[in-house]
Design a protein around this ligand. Structure first.
Ligand code: ADP
Length: 356
């Protein structure tokens, strides 16, 4: 009996996406099935190129098909297309599939560092990624990404700077006038952010990461309200995640109906470069416990690594400059977990796609 395509689909129903908790056929991930004698080829389209379980799913698909009688060889091709959020007609950013705010209860915890490195990790996986530096109080993204040129306008739109495979736009040039910081109040921040969001020619983006001003004042909140956010990532260090600051941030974003995609713990551990021993530096509440306490996902932990600040100072994300170090793996894992949470948030709002 020759193998049939429905038989292959039936076999693939046993493959469950562990993040979405559903089988890949009913999720509409199986895009192509072809059978040529005993040779079976399938194409599986995931919801993000940064999918943390890509290899696992590929192996499970191959095993499920191989178990069918008569199969001699299997080819599983994995592709990805980021499923967009629901985009209303009057949307400020119709070509941006997801806007993600990176927030922190207070400054100096590594919010901008996490933003540029997550952006670099997502871009390396194959996603189209932009970074909007909306941290009016300390716009450090241009320095961290080594942006030397200024953005310019073309056909009435601002053209973002392109560097390290990312499209970048910052408050930086607007904030530093003749070396003096400008005093920004909430409404000014809101007006400028609206301009940066709407008047920038972002092109098609899978993910736009927005580095928010720190804290829970009106500046971060007005930015969060203006952008059509899929969700918020909260960056915290153990000594600063004094539960009340973090709780306040989480509560405020939830009030704005911006789901918390998860918590990133930064600088909790120092990895000894010679012996590899991990030392926890602060005794405060860790990110994992914080996430558990507020029932939000824990995305991962970035170790304290001098290479991270050195490469920031040199204008290159440490994820790219020191890809051999554990910090790069940490950023890859966190980017994958964040992308998975975005897929979960998006698919939970959409009707079940049909397989085919
Ligand atoms: P924020 O955006 O929260 O104000 P930054 O990203 O600017 O914080 O980080 C503050 C400082 O800490 C910077 O000098 C940065 O290079 C450094 N830093 C952040 N995370 C790490 C890390 N995991 N290891 C070493 N240095 C870090």
């Amino acid at each position: 009996m020759p193998i049939s395509e429905p038989e292959v689909l039936k076999a693939l129903e046993s493959v469950i996406d562990p993040d979405l908790n559903r089988d890949i056929v009913s999720l509409g991930f199986v895009k192509k099935v072809s059978v040529d004698g005993g040779v079976v080829s399938v194409t599986v389209e995931l919801t993000t190129p940064a999918c943390p379980v890509k290899d696992l799913l590929r192996d499970q698909c191959a095993d499920a098909i191989r178990a069918l009688p008569g199969v001699e060889s299997v080819e599983v091709q994995m592709t990805a297309a980021v499923r967009p959020r629901e985009i209303p007609k009057e949307d400020a950013l119709p070509h941006v599939r997801h806007c993600i705010a990176i927030a922190s209860g207070k400054g100096g915890v590594g919010k901008s560092t996490v933003t540029v490195n997550l952006a670099a990790a997502l871009a390396q996986s194959g996603a189209a990624v932009g970074v909007l530096d909306a941290d009016v109080y300390g716009p450090s993204i241009p320095m961290m990404l080594g942006c030397r040129q200024y953005p310019y306008t073309q056909d009435g739109k601002i053209v973002p700077i392109e560097t390290h495979g990312l499209k970048v736009m910052s408050f930086g040039p607007l904030v530093r006038r003749k070396g003096k910081p400008v005093m920004w109040r909430g409404p000014m921040v809101a007006t400028t952010v609206r301009q940066l969001l709407q008047d920038v020619d972002w092109g098609e983006l899978d993910y736009l990461l927005i580095d928010l001003p720190p804290g829970t004042g009106d500046a971060p909140m007005s930015v969060a309200q203006l952008a059509p956010l899929t969700g918020v990532v909260l960056v915290a260090t153990p000594q600063h995640v004094a539960a009340n600051i973090a709780a306040k941030s989480i509560a405020l974003f939830e009030k704005l109906e911006a789901p918390i995609l998860g918590v990133v713990e930064n600088m909790a551990e120092f990895l000894c470069p010679s012996c590899g021993t991990a030392t926890r530096i602060f005794s405060g509440l860790g990110g994992e416990e914080l996430a558990r306490r507020f029932s939000v996902p824990f995305l991962g932990s970035v170790p304290l690594d001098p290479a991270i600040s050195e490469s920031s100072d040199e204008g290159e994300p440490s994820f790219l400059a020191h890809s051999e170090r554990p910090q790069a793996d940490a950023f890859r894992v966190i980017a994958g977990n964040m992308a998975a949470q975005i897929s979960i948030a998006t698919l939970s709002k959409q009707p079940t796609p049909t397989a085919g």
